[in-house]
Design a protein around this ligand. Structure first.
Ligand code: NAD
Length: 485
């Protein structure tokens, strides 16, 4: 591909399986449409893993990514087992790509779906939540995964969702959390959503608990416009949304950060059809369309997207979506790309044409509200024990370590209060949260009091596996109660 003086450098990876075929087709369409880009090719995936790079990318390739800040990536084949790391997760985290944006659209009648009018965009937080990957085994029976949610992390993704909605003429943003249960972490996400939404009065807003939200997305997807949510929920509901449109294979995806961005197809490397010339390049092409909008070439993005819609409605289809009732011509990857190129400049007739007016990148950098340090006071400590026995026995034994301003106030097992006054029906495992609080609630504790408590717990031969401090922030409790407390 020749570059023009104003060409924007982008990093390109051809990937594995069908990756090279769909990347060739995509870049050919971009060139024909006049995309002002200068690709730099890097190698990722199988061959790199085979050379012993467990991340699937050569260290030198980061130089290109950090220079261009834009990555158009074909799918790769992830090796099973063997300590190999997911390249996607590595790239997202290393480059700070905090927003995963996945438009899910029905292309009825060309792609079979029970929901012909879906046009929803999932904006998923991409770096935090349970995906921080901090897991520990703590006893014979109990394993934990830490769910970390930060205020700037929430604000970045929520602001991004609103900016995306505004830039794309979207009318509604729905926030989904589970803050009826996780009042502190998901509660923060919901609270930040309520704070940010007032800056976007023209956009309707809703909050839904994720379980009913996911159910509604499966049964009434046409009710949604933009959805913003935490990492795990977003991972799940973006697949639900893609599945109800029937067009998982046609989806493009963007991973956006303040500095860098990565664009790709939703699907994998499809080794079963690799090398046959029959793969549908649409997913990667729609990822590339999002890239063009991101780098300020909305004019080219619009031209390609409309030509692609026109190709679809003219019945020129690859085998994965070919249906004799609606298709006119079954084509392979190359002929499909040719058909899109032939239609550049044409508008779709049955589908509504897309418009990427302005085509400006969505700038969110530098708008994160600094978090004001609060007055933080230590009011207790949860000491987690690996221990076997009955809750009442543990309560009696552990009370002996009370003292120096700390009193055992509650024991819970998997979050349910079991001492004092637990019920015999509660199933207990070998992992106990023992809450010690300040004997005199009017005086905050010193760290040394916690340290001497831990010495007493250890000297009494209890196996403590971790502690969590109990703080108040400007007088507001920063910890949850035990269920039943
Ligand atoms: P897949 O998406 O590659 O394939 C699933 C099915 O869809 C296959 O039958 C395939 O032939 C078909 N398909 C997928 N893309 C198609 C296209 N463009 N045109 C026509 N048909 C298409 O999922 P999989 O088989 O579970 O995974 C294969 C490999 O891809 C695995 O190694 C997986 O880890 C990897 N993967 C990579 C990414 C990525 O790099 N972003 C994403 C998902 C899976």
């Amino acid at each position: 591909m020749s570059s023009t003086p104003t060409a924007v450098p982008i990093t390109v990876a051809y990937g594995d399986g069908i990756g090279p075929e769909i990347m060739d087709a995509t870049l050919r369409i971009l060139t024909a449409a006049g995309a002002r880009i200068a690709p730099e090719v890097i190698e990722i995936g199988e061959q790199v893993y085979a050379r012993g790079q467990t991340a699937g990318i050569e260290p030198a390739s980061w130089d290109s990514l950090r220079r261009t800040k834009v990555f158009l990536k074909s799918p790769i084949t992830t090796p099973q087992g063997g300590g190999f790391k997911s390249l996607n997760v590595t790239v997202r985290k290393t480059l700070g790509l905090y927003a995963n944006v996945r438009p899910c659209v029905s292309f009825h009648p060309y792609v079979a779906t029970k929901h012909p009018n879906v046009d929803v965009v999932i904006v998923r937080e991409n770096e935090e939540d349970l995906y921080a990957g901090i897991e520990h085994r703590q006893s014979d029976e109990v394993y934990q995964c830490l769910k970390l949610v930060s205020r700037p992390g929430c604000e970045k993704i929520i602001r991004y969702a609103f900016e995306y909605a505004r830039a794309n003429g979207r009318k509604q943003v729905t926030c989904m959390t589970k803050d009826n249960i996780m009042k502190i972490t998901d509660g923060l996400f919901h609270r930040v959503f309520d704070e940010v939404k007032v800056e976007y009065p023209e956009i309707q807003t809703h909050h839904m608990i994720i379980d009913i939200g996911a159910a509604r997305l499966a049964t009434r997807p046409e009710d949604f416009d933009v959805i913003v949510t935490l990492n795990l929920y977003g991972d799940i509901i973006s697949d639900i949304a893609a599945e109800v449109t029937g067009s998982v294979g046609l989806g493009g995806s963007a991973n956006i950060g303040d500095q860098c961005a990565m664009f790709e197809a939703v699907h994998g490397s499809a080794p079963d059809i690799s090398g046959k010339g029959i793969a549908n390049p649409s997913g990667l092409l729609l990822g590339a369309v999002m890239m063009l909008v991101h780098i300020g070439q909305g004019d080219v993005a619009e031209k390609i997207h409309n030509a692609w819609l026109a190709t679809l409605e003219d019945g020129v289809h690859t085998g994965d979506i070919y249906h004799e009732k609606v298709s006119e011509l079954k084509v392979g990857t190359t002929a499909f790309a040719d058909a899109v190129i032939e239609r550049l400049g044409k508008q779709p007739v049955k589908f509504a044409p897309v418009a990427y007016a302005g085509g400006a990148p969505i700038a969110v950098a530098g708008r994160i509200t600094p978090t004001k340090p609060a007055k933080k006071e230590l009011v207790g400590v949860d000491v987690f024990l690996h221990w076997r026995g009955a809750a009442s026995t543990l309560g009696e034994q552990l009370r002996r370590v009370d003292g120096d301003g700390l009193t055992l106030s509650m024991i819970s097992n998997r979050g349910v209060k079991v001492w004092p006054n637990g019920l015999p029906e509660t199933f207990c495992t070998d992992h106990w949260r023992c809450r010690f609080t300040a004997t005199d609630a009017s005086h905050p504790l010193a760290l040394s009091q916690v340290l001497s408590l831990l010495m007493r717990v250890g000297n009494a031969n209890f196996d403590f596996v971790k502690t969590e401090h109990l703080y108040t922030f400007d007088g507001v409790s920063g910890f949850s109660l035990g269920q039943g407390q």
